[in-house]
Design a protein around this ligand. Structure first.
Ligand code: SF4
Length: 222
């Protein structure tokens, strides 16, 4: 029995011949109602992901943000490995990233080096221990990937494209600042119907090949 089915009926519901739409499950729900449910579903997924990552990070003695900094440094530029750009990438303030980086340096997971030509700027890089720790974090993600892989191939592709479309919309509305996906890239050519392709790399982009974090990405004009 679903949670909605377990709820007590609202007063007067049994006498009414027609219930108001709000609060009811409908097979013909208006798109606004589906949009509300979609945001609720995204919220549930985000919480699950956050809990999983918090658990994995705390087992290794680091915070979730420190784990994000390590992952971002591991993946390499963009962004350039400097505090200001990491802060923008992760959607947090510069002092917050500075605190995380200081802690990672103390733990021997990240090292600072002076940038050539500008001794006032420091670049960050993973140490050997930092690389090992990212490998452990990545292994922890395999449980989530296995759960997704349990969906059929067609469902996975449909969900992937839908999520890329949502990311593009959130970029358009200013709710995501940094996204390097094909659907937000100036080099995306073609159409979903006729087939998409990358104008920069001169390659076809069927749905499974669309990229979620492409180093060659350039934002499409507003
Ligand atoms: S440059 Fe990268 S993100 Fe842009 S369309 Fe080509 S593959 Fe996609």
């Amino acid at each position: 029995m679903s949670r909605d089915q377990q709820r007590p009926a609202p007063p007067g519901a049994h006498e009414a011949t027609e219930l108001p739409l709000a609060g009811r499950e409908s097979h013909d729900a208006p798109s606004a109602e589906v949009a509300v449910k979609l945001v609720a579903a995204l919220d549930r997924l985000a919480r699950a992901l956050r809990q999983h990552r918090q658990g994995a990070a705390s087992k290794l003695g680091i915070t979730p943000l420190q784990a994000e900094v390590l992952r971002t440094l591991y993946e390499g530029p963009p962004p350039e490995a400097v505090v200001g750009l990491l802060a923008r990438e992760l959607g947090v303030t510069q002092p917050t990233v500075t605190d995380s980086v200081n802690a990672l340096v103390r733990k021997g997971l990240v090292a600072r080096s002076t940038m050539q030509g500008d001794r006032r700027r420091t670049r960050l890089e993973l140490t050997g221990a930092g690389h090992d720790l990212v490998a452990t974090l990545t292994a922890a993600e395999s449980e989530l990937i296995a759960a997704v892989a349990g969906m059929g191939a067609t469902s996975q592709e449909t969900a992937y494209v839908s999520l890329l479309e949502l990311i593009a919309r959130f970029v358009d509305t200013g709710h995501i600042e940094v996204a390097r996906t094909c659907l937000t890239c100036r080099y995306l050519g073609g159409t979903p119907e006729a087939g998409r392709h990358c104008l920069l790399l001169d390659m076809p982009l069927p749905d499974p090949a669309l990229r979620v974090n492409c180093p060659e990405h350039e934002p499409r004009p507003a």
